[in-house]
Design a protein. Structure first.
Length: 614
């Protein structure tokens, strides 16, 4: 017996020692990684050869702020489900710097790995490319094929190459939400809806199987405005007649037949591309024009992310323009950058307003809204900054609707892109109960309570008339607060606000005409307006966001080795399986329910405002 216990103890100590040894090795490797990354940080920055071509190769989705990359996901991307993203600010900053950099001779645009972007972001990048070209430097589009999003950027190039087997697919803008009424009925769920606003269609996916006429009217109006901006941008860039793009799309079958079913020939015939050629052809053309790089196998080049790293020069300025980014659904609590979590944003605003060097705050919004309570908490913190004498300028990006408009409404100035999706001034409540679902399973609830409201909001029980009345009154009061908030912020009579509210969605271009925004312009325009409002000229822009710890940052620096188009592998395929697309749409609808965490059950959110172009 003693022998057995001795053996067990020996094995236990061995396992314990092995565990300690393993942990020790991991810690040592981590420390080694930090040391190597720290020591090699400067040596990892690529040298930029004179006459280099800047490679603009965005990966995945274009967003305001990218999520922090998991170091292990970077090591093993094939096993990671982390969404690949590129920051719009990285792209515009790189192009702005490269425009004035004598070492950069031209730019090559590759969109094969672009998954999607909002119209506002596409217009912003297109404008940045035009600005780059104003220096006299050439821009080449080098992709194999072009989606609708890809082509808006490619149209700005001096020369558009496409593989002979490639295609350009433009279909127009559409809004086709997924509707769950049938599913909810099948599982016996009861969806109790409370809303105000003729056009507040956010609840329709849960109570209908199709889009209402009012929603169709409103959605077609703003989508048509966005589409006109899209086609106008391309027709201007390519020197095409006004309306020719719509004509080509509507006659695609006939035009393709004339091209004998060849999409490449169709693109040439319609003037959308300049040359059909394989990679070897345009690669040789760029080598002939700009020379061989140090490897002797391709043209001189630098990837835009590495160009940013090589040109980062931090100089402290006496004044700071704080940028607070509200991206994604507005929710209670804390969260990462892909949701506008109230407590996280409040912390950033408080930190900014308590920093003596903060001259002004730019509220950058890309949000369809969410929790009414969370939206108001964020707005109250912004008002606290204004009470301190700090100017708050709202900069609306792709979407600033419902709660996204709520948090912007009382800013000192509101700037929007012409293609911003905004408005949707309305409010609703959504309380699903599952008494019928449980009944199907043979599960029931019953009992007693001390008041008429005891158990009134138990999702296993049907809602009483009194509880429904209470919520409806609260929703109507919330709508009145929204109207008065906008009335005060915009200096408009409440009746005038109500006429353009009712939950209706507008483009930024129309919002300016209606008085919902002050100016049309991008992020840089809003920053300049903030500096002007604060009466400062020498300033730096500071983005408030979550930061990696030292270990994560060191690993990221160690693994960041992309140099140019030959070294960068596409991290994301621009095309996705149609079945997966449908599954993701269904998941998105379910995620909406998961994000409904307002303590009062009141929501200001626009579910049709996600117009991501693919």
């Amino acid at each position: 017996m003693k022998g057995i216990w001795a053996l067990i103890k020996f094995v236990g100590k061995f396992v314990q020692g092995l565990g300690s040894f393993t942990i020790g090795v991991i810690v040592l490797l981590g420390l080694f990684g930090i040391m190597v990354a720290t020591n090699s940080k400067q040596s990892n920055i690529p040298a930029i050869e004179d006459g280099s071509v800047l490679i603009l190769w965005p990966q995945g989705n274009i967003v305001e702020l990218t999520q922090l990359q998991d170091p292990l996901a970077t090591l093993f991307p094939q096993y990671s489900n982390q969404i690949v993203e590129t920051s719009i600010h990285d792209i515009t900053t790189a192009l702005k710097r490269a425009k004035a950099d004598k070492r950069i001779a031209a730019m090559a645009l590759i969109t094969d790995s672009l998954a999607g972007a909002a119209p506002s972001h596409l217009h912003t990048i297109a404008a940045a490319i035009r600005d780059f070209k104003s220096s006299g430097k050439k821009v080449y589009a080098l992709s194999s094929s072009y989606t609708q999003a890809d082509y808006m950027l490619a149209a700005e190039a001096d020369k558009i190459y496409m593989n002979p087997y490639g295609s350009i697919m433009m279909t127009g803008y559409g809004s086709y939400p997924t509707y769950f009424k049938g599913l909810l009925e099948k599982i016996g769920a009861t969806v109790n809806v409370f809303r105000v606003g003729t056009y507040k269609a956010a609840v329709e996916p849960f109570i209908r199987d199709d889009m209402s006429d009012a929603a169709k009217e409103a959605n077609l109006a703003y989508l048509s405005s966005l589409w006109d901006q899209y086609t106008g941008s391309i027709e201007t860039a390519r020197g095409l007649n006004t309306g020719s793009l719509n004509t080509s799309i509507n006659s695609m079958a006939e035009n393709l037949r004339a091209a004998e079913g060849d999409f490449g020939t169709l693109a040439l015939n319609t003037g959308l591309v300049d040359e059909l050629s394989p990679r070897q052809t345009w690669r040789k053309a760029l080598i002939d024009e700009y020379g061989l790089d140090a490897t002797g196998v391709s043209f001189k080049q630098v990837h835009f992310q590495n160009y940013l790293a090589a040109t980062n020069r931090y100089t402290a300025k006496p004044n700071k323009i704080a940028v607070i980014t509200a991206q994604g659904n507005i929710v209670m609590g804390e969260g990462p950058v892909n949701v506008a979590a109230a407590e996280t944003l409040i912390g950033y605003i408080r930190e900014a307003r308590n920093t003596p060097e903060t001259a002004a705050i730019v509220l950058r919004v890309d949000s369809p809204g969410g929790s009414a309570f969370a939206s108001e908490l964020i707005r109250q913190e912004l008002v606290a900054a204004q009470d301190q004498g700090i100017k708050v300028i709202a900069s609306m990006g792709p979407v600033a609707a419902s709660g996204g408009y709520w948090i912007s409404a009382t800013s000192d100035e509101i700037w929007a892109d012409p293609s911003t999706i905004t408005g949707s001034i309305g409010i609703f409540g959504l309380v699903p109960t599952f008494e019928n679902t449980l009944d199907k399973l043979g599960v029931h609830t019953d009992g007693v309570g001390t008041t008429a409201l005891a158990g009134a909001f138990d999702v296993t029980r049907p809602m009483s008339d009194m509880s429904k009345d209470i919520i409806q009154q609260n929703i109507e009061a919330g709508y009145a607060r929204f109207i008065n908030l906008v009335s005060k912020g915009r200096g408009m009579p409440p009746e005038a606000v109500d006429r353009i509210a009712q939950g209706r969605v507008w483009s930024g271009e129309t919002a300016l005409q209606l008085g919902l925004v002050d100016q049309l312009g991008g992020f840089d325009d809003a920053v300049a307006a903030a500096a002007k409002a604060a009466n400062v000229e020498d300033y730096e822009v500071v983005f408030y966001r979550d930061r990696p710890n030292e270990f994560e940052q060191a690993i990221a620096d160690l693994l960041n080795s992309s140099i140019g188009m030959d070294a960068v592998k596409p991290l994301f395929s621009g095309s996705q399986n149609p079945v997966m697309q449908t599954a993701m749409e269904v998941k998105k609808g379910i995620d909406v329910l998961n994000n409904l965490n307002d303590p009062a059950g009141s929501y200001i959110v626009c579910l049709v405002c996600d117009v991501r172009v693919k």
